[in-house]
Design a protein. Structure first.
Length: 404
């Protein structure tokens, strides 16, 4: 679902904007928090719109709004304006566009949904991790305002044509491109035959919904924080700003391998321990980040951080429609996105505050590792697919006392 994609791109703008606006990193992190929380409130409404009006119209309208938000960021002159800018790019970029792509794949694929979502996560993650390298070059050659305009042009050239030419509204029962395979496990990877779609509030009353939401919130919060402060964090390990930006590239490798691996596991084995696996990776990220030194440890950190993002996106994007069906998938994902985008908003300011109190990013990562550790314990209670409220459970009939 949500990932740190736009945050990765935002990270290269932080230091130039701090200097140009004559403010502090803490103030920019707070603006990011406020703007992202504002943007998150629209997610349930956007989800309903996608369900009712379709993926094609949603992609075109949201993509156009995202272009406008990026252009607006190029004209920022104050922290208040920065809050509004962050609200726009987080609402229309990470939130809404990600939701449309997830819904599109969910409604067209069933038997191989895990692999399809993994390919989506891999392609999207690779593109997002390459963005900061290009934007950093633009900022070095021109300035940060030009960087935002280049980002807006790129979205207009890529996203809008995909919406117009690439997205097709499915029929009432879209044909699955892949036939069933003997022995395939549908639990969490696809809808089992005869399964019923949950409404948003029916899904929200299940244990599985909240476990997946906590996994998404925890991973989104912490990976966003680490990506947001990556230039500063890796600077503490002795890397220059250009070297730190280049460390987004190994994340592409980690994301691709992890998302494809998780997709195959979901389609072939099932979803029982996949959420726990993602949290094991996140624990490792914080432990490695707490021991960063220049060299192979930094490379391992970057690969692991990418693996967390790729595995969580593949897992959640596959398991949510697998558990709850696709009839109301936009509304369900909208509610989950509300919590997850809010989590990403808290990440940068949380890491900034903990780093300020503890005195270093190494100490901060040792403190924050408790979050994925607790989520790991909770994810072990994931269990089987949720039972639809309308399903009847046939209980054994107990004999009446005294009867023959």
């Amino acid at each position: 679902m949500t990932g740190p994609g736009q945050t990765v791109g935002v990270s290269v703008f932080i230091d130039p904007m701090v200097e140009a606006l004559d403010t502090s990193r803490a103030a920019v992190s707070s603006a990011y928090l406020a703007g992202t929380l504002m943007g998150a409130t629209a997610m349930p409404t956007v989800g309903r719109f996608v369900d009712r009006r379709g993926i094609r119209l949603a992609q075109l309208l949201i993509g156009s709004a995202f272009v406008a938000a990026l252009v607006g960021m190029s004209a920022v002159t104050s922290v208040f304006w920065l809050v509004l800018g962050f609200a726009g790019i987080r609402m229309f970029g990470q939130g809404s566009l990600s939701m449309v792509s997830n819904v599109s794949v969910a409604i067209w694929f069933e038997r191989r949904r895990g692999v399809a979502m993994a390919v989506l996560a891999t392609a999207g993650g690779a593109l997002m991790m390459l963005i900061p390298v290009g934007l950093n070059a633009v900022i070095d050659a021109a300035d940060w305002r030009t960087g935002w305009l280049v980002a807006a042009a790129a979205v207009a050239v890529v996203v809008l044509p995909i919406g117009w030419f690439g997205l097709i509204e499915p029929p009432s029962e879209p044909p699955d491109p892949f036939p069933p395979v003997a022995g395939e496990q549908p639990d969490g990877g696809s809808n089992s035959p005869g399964s019923r779609s949950f409404t948003r509030w029916e899904a929200a009353r299940t244990r599985q919904f909240w476990i997946l939401s906590i996994i998404g919130v925890g991973s989104g919060m912490l990976t966003t924080a680490l990506n947001f402060h990556q230039i500063d964090l890796l600077g503490e390990a002795g890397l220059s700003s250009s070297e730190a930006a280049a460390m987004f590239l190994p994340q592409v490798v980690g994301s691709a391998v992890a998302s494809l691996g998780v997709g195959l596991v979901l389609d072939r084995v099932g979803a029982r321990f996949v959420p726990a696996l993602t949290m094991v990776l996140l624990v490792l990220v914080h432990l490695v980040a707490a021991s960063l030194v220049d060299g192979w440890v930094v490379l391992a950190y970057a690969v692991l951080l990418g693996a967390v993002g790729g595995s969580v996106r593949a897992a959640l994007n596959t398991m949510v429609p697998g558990y709850f069906g696709v009839e109301h998938i936009g509304s369900i994902q909208g509610l989950m996105f509300l919590a997850m985008v809010a989590g990403t908003a808290l990440g940068p300011v949380t890491l900034s505050l903990v780093e300020g109190r503890s005195g270093s990013y190494r100490a901060a990562n040792l403190i924050l590792v408790v979050i994925p550790a607790l989520a790991l314990l909770l994810s072990l209670a994931n269990g089987s697919s949720p039972r639809h409220p309308g399903e009847r459970v046939d209980l054994p009939v107990e004999p009446v006392s005294g009867s023959a």
